[in-house]
Design a protein around this ligand. Structure first.
Ligand code: NAP
Ligand code: MG
Length: 401
């Protein structure tokens, strides 16, 4: 077979631990035999981020602005323990946070549904697509510790340095902690528009919740911007499609989602999206079955898996033990990126290949061949179960392909 040609390269962002191993195998077993793969490679593995003072992360995001489509492997966000483990110069910020800040995008996460796996929430019949606001809040916060007797203020200055407002956050009688977070109207507005556009494309209602009753300036701003943009730009088109926009308190949204049958786009503030996407992914099966894409307002795409680097499996791998790590979401990152690249370049063969790889992956699982995480979830009458090692699973998909 002649390999499928690519005209424009993908931005390839390599990562850490078990997903870095899967990354190499996916390329070697499922992609390179069929596609004359062109990528601009950036190593976002922690050692390289440390060596380049994180410049490699910024460069990869800038390449995405230039080329339009990126595929990213999961990466370690260092904490104190990682700083020791990797002898880091610094506790580098989350690469995903850095990339999202540069692209100002919205993250959409959708479960990958398979025949034979029933969600833990039996009422959920359709996918819940989760949109995570990709900017600000605690992901770009400043934090400090305070001693007893110290006072923390929230001060706003104008461009000339004149004080506009000053509020006491807290006068500490005993040691404590303080955090400063921010967001910007433009980013909230482009988040709202991305959600409404995605919902129109997929004919799904949009649900959004925040805590405006408690956070009367900060969260209330989110509510107002969503409502204003909906009313002035989208309400009519939503009505024509028979879909709607619902704003309610975040706790009410959580309760309604649990009672629903799915099939909505759930717009979340940054932290809610971080946390709830893990819950939703787990309820649909496994973290290994949740795909993720960051879409910028000007149409740049970065595809990745929603899960992390699967550290526990990596240490087993390093010990020479067998692992059975689910590569489906990482495969979806590659198929999503290849299909989008093909679409933008008018490369039908590449789009077709991506669809075939997805189909081969689903058929492999549906015929009973899967990784360990899916075994307890899978139940299809007449299908015998086979637990495969990480690499074997990819080889089985390649056979189908
Ligand atoms: P994680 O890597 O997603 O793994 C948590 C647990 O979920 C695993 O130990 C495993 O459970 C299960 N799991 C997740 N993905 C799986 C898969 N593909 N196949 C099978 N099981 C899977 O999250 P974490 O342990 O909280 O974080 C590990 C590292 O990843 C951290 O350094 C974090 O900073 C980073 N992280 C990166 C991203 C990203 O780059 N997008 C996102 C989240 C976390 P069992 O061990 O029980 O099998
Ligand atoms: Mg999370």
């Amino acid at each position: 077979m002649e390999k499928i040609k690519m005209t424009t390269p993908l931005v390839e962002m390599d990562g850490d631990e078990m997903t870095r191993i899967l990354w190499r195998w996916i390329k070697e077993i499922l992609i390179e035999p069929f596609v004359d793969l062109k990528t601009e490679y950036y190593d976002l593995g922690l050692p390289e981020r440390d060596a380049t003072d994180d410049a490699v992360t910024v460069a990869s995001a800038e390449a995405t602005r230039r080329l339009g489509v990126a595929v990213k492997c999961a990466t370690i966000t260092p904490n104190a323990q990682r700083v020791q483990e990797y002898s880091l110069k610094k506790m580098w910020k989350s690469p995903n946070g850095t990339i999202r800040r540069i692209l100002d995008g919205t993250v959409f996460r959708a479960p990958i549904l398979v025949e034979g796996i029933t969600p833990y929430v039996p009422g959920w019949k359709k996918p819940i697509v989760l949109a995570r606001h990709a900017y600000g809040d605690i992901y770009n916060s400043v934090e400090a510790r305070a001693e007893g007797g110290q006072t923390a203020y929230l001060v706003v200055e104008d461009a000339a340095g004149n004080e506009v407002s000053r509020n006491i956050i807290h006068s500490f009688a005993s040691p404590g902690i303080v955090q400063g977070v921010h967001n910007v109207d433009d980013s909230i507005a482009s988040f709202a528009r991305s959600c409404f556009n995605y919902a129109l494309d997929c004919s799904m209602p949009v649900w959004f919740g925040a805590k405006d009753t408690i956070s009367k300036t900060y969260d209330h701003r989110f509510k107002d911007i969503f409502n204003d943009i909906y009313q002035s730009e989208y309400a009519q088109r939503f009505e024509e499609k028979g879909i709607y926009f619902l704003y309610t308190l975040i706790d009410d949204v959580v309760a309604r989602v649990m009672r629903s049958e799915g099939g909505m786009l759930w717009a979340c503030k940054n932290y809610d999206g971080d946390v709830m996407s893990d819950m939703v992914a787990t309820a649909y099966g496994s973290l290994g079955m949740m795909s993720s894409v960051l879409v910028s307002p000007d149409g740049k795409y970065e595809f990745e898996a929603a899960h992390g680097t699967v550290t526990r499996h990596y240490y087993k791998y390093l010990n020479g033990e067998e692992t059975s790590t689910n590569s489906v979401a990482t495969i979806w990152a590659w198929t999503g990126a290849l299909a989008k690249r093909g679409e933008l370049d008018g490369n039908a063969a590449l789009v077709d290949f991506a669809k075939k790889l997805e189909k081969a992956t689903l058929q492999t699982i549906e015929s009973g061949y899967m990784t360990g995480d899916l075994i307890p979830l899978f139940n299809r009458p007449g299908v015998q179960l086979h637990r495969l090692e990480s690499r074997q699973f990819l080889q089985n998909i390649a056979q189908k392909l």
